[in-house]
Design a protein around this ligand. Structure first.
Ligand code: DOR
Ligand code: ZN
Length: 359
């Protein structure tokens, strides 16, 4: 009898995810809570999470949804920065336990029409100062909008990151879901108050997987691989992998798992987002195993992010087992017994070699 490889790791903490609202939130939260100890939850819902009170209400909804799957799941709900976010809103949010606020430049991604106008960034300086003073972290969607060529949008954002870091040197900043070698190099060279999250899908995809995948079978658009910021060149993807397995605590895991109903993805003008929740941890293990870096998995997937945020957790362990399984083609979203829609996971219909054995 051959023995099945198995090992235990601390439950990961997802430093960037989207749990949405309503029936979609209930499904996605349950699945997230099975594999994760907790998550930093993005505020770009509709309506958005704009104040500490909003964040507390949203957090309670999520905790109720997670209860059956993992009663100790900790969702940390962020507030969204708009041009109307005052220092007082930050101070109140901090009092209510909000750990970070998310800045979306106007129009760069899902539900960001009310985001921050980068031409008027200085108008928000009192708000950034309040964040720096109170220790509320600034999470940034690091892309410019407008008519800048889409593949250059991340690099065009760097000047704003440098400016914020220069003017608020003790403000902790997370450049979210970085996609380029240039971003890895920049974050590495900035001070210790700047870190970056790296998603699951940007460790696997290049732009080829969005525009012409599978290679050799004709050329197809893959809307389930379309996200913001887009996956870039192979050398960018490889730089992200090197950063993830490097053991450098400036780089930590945030899946940016972003579900949309299938008809919003398989559509003209499709929604941006890759929903990775059910496969994220198994695929990350596969990747670290391939690079003989399993001993650095816990740093990237739980410890570095929590340390940057200053969050202390007594994290429970999770058992991974090497047993192949096939990813479902879709997951049904239900409201009670009533079918609402379905969502399509990353790697739908494909085989994955690692599995979460017990949770
Ligand atoms: O692809 C993305 N989807 N990127 C984001 O920044 C937002 C997210 C979403 O909320 O759908
Ligand atoms: Zn996101």
């Amino acid at each position: 009898m051959t023995s099945v490889p198995m090992f235990r790791i601390p439950r990961p903490f997802d430093m960037h995810t989207h749990l949405r609202q309503g029936p979609l939130m209930r499904l996605v939260t349950r699945l997230t809570a099975r594999h994760f100890d907790g998550a930093i939850v993005m505020p770009n819902t509709n309506p958005p999470i704009l104040t500490g009170e909003d964040a507390c209400r949203y957090q309670s909804d999520i905790m109720r949804s997670a209860r059956g799957a993992n009663a100790s799941f900790l969702p940390l709900t962020l507030i969204k920065l708009t041009m109307e976010t005052t220092p007082d809103i930050i101070i109140q949010a901090k009092k209510l336990g909000v750990v970070a606020a998310k800045m979306y430049p106007v129009g760069v991604t899902t539900n960001s029409a009310d985001g921050v106008d980068l031409d008027k960034l200085r108008e928000l300086y009192p708000t950034f100062k309040a964040m720096e003073d109170t220790g509320v972290i600034l999470c940034i969607h690091g892309e410019v909008g407008g008519d800048v060529f889409v593949l250059d949008r991340e690099e065009f954002f760097f000047e704003y990151l440098r400016q914020l870091h220069r003017d608020f040197p003790t403000l902790r900043i997370v450049l979210e879901h970085i996609t380029t070698k240039a971003a890895v190099d920049l974050v590495r060279n900035l001070g210790k108050t700047v870190a970056a999250s790296i998603t699951l899908h940007h460790l696997f995809l290049t732009l080829n997987n969005v525009l012409c995948d599978p290679v050799g079978a004709g050329e197809f658009l893959r809307p389930h691989h379309a996200c913001r910021p887009y996956a870039k060149r192979p050398e960018d993807r490889d730089a992200l992998v090197r950063a993830a397995i490097s053991g450098d605590p400036k780089f930590f895991w945030g899946t940016d798992s972003a579900p949309h109903p299938f008809d919003k993805k398989e559509a003209d003008c499709c929604a941006a987002g890759v929903w990775t929740t059910p496969v994220a941890l198994p695929l990350l293990v596969e990747l670290f195993e391939k690079h003989e870096a399993l001993e650095r998995l816990a740093g990237f997937s739980s410890q570095f992010g929590l340390a940057f945020y200053g969050i202390k957790r007594r994290t429970r362990m999770l058992t991974m087992v090497k047993r192949a399984w096939t990813v479902p083609l879709a997951y049904d979203v239900r409201n009670g017994a009533k079918f609402v829609t379905k969502i399509v996971p990353f790697r739908a219909g494909q085989k994955i070699s690692w599995k979460v054995a017990r949770y």
